[in-house]
Design a protein. Structure first.
Length: 151
């Protein structure tokens, strides 16, 4: 028998869809294999450095607002999931998982990028991460412009 899990008010999920002109594959490849180029595409992200492992492989970490570890990569589905494991973000959150999936539009060219946050705040004083979601939207659009300019 299935039971509904009761979520505390500290747990939350947010997601957004961003339409882009670039292909889903190119967007996913930038995010999973060339994250260092994200800082070149958008002034809102200052950099990305690999601490260990290999870009695009499960278990890698990258500093941004915090340190993230790649939890899953699915090249066929253009999906990548990151878990925040260290840094400033964990000052307000017990856990934070970011999943990004790019899918080709059903009609016409371009793609839709879905970003999903699943998180648990430390207490009620910590705001839901709407500002971080807005940053993702801007970064995705900036990445799209860069991808379209590449030959």
């Amino acid at each position: 028998m299935a039971q509904a899990m009761r979520q505390s008010s500290l747990q939350g999920e947010l997601e957004v869809d961003v339409e882009i002109k670039a292909s889903a594959k190119k967007f996913h490849q930038m995010l999973s294999r060339r994250p260092q180029d994200i800082a070149k595409a958008t002034p809102d992200i200052q950099g990305c450095a690999l601490h260990e492992g290999e870009f695009g492989k499960v278990g890698n970490g990258q500093p941004k607002v915090g340190k993230e570890r790649i939890e899953a990569v699915d090249q066929e589905k253009n999906l990548i999931a990151f878990r925040v494991v260290d840094g400033d973000m964990l000052n307000g959150f017990k856990s934070f998982l970011i999943t990004v999936q790019a899918t080709p539009k059903l009609r016409g060219s371009g793609s839709v990028v879905k970003c999903h946050f699943k998180y648990e705040r430390i207490d009620e004083e910590v705001a839901h991460p709407e500002k971080l979601l807005a940053l993702f939207v801007k970064a995705a659009k900036d990445m799209d412009e860069m991808l379209l300019s590449e030959v």
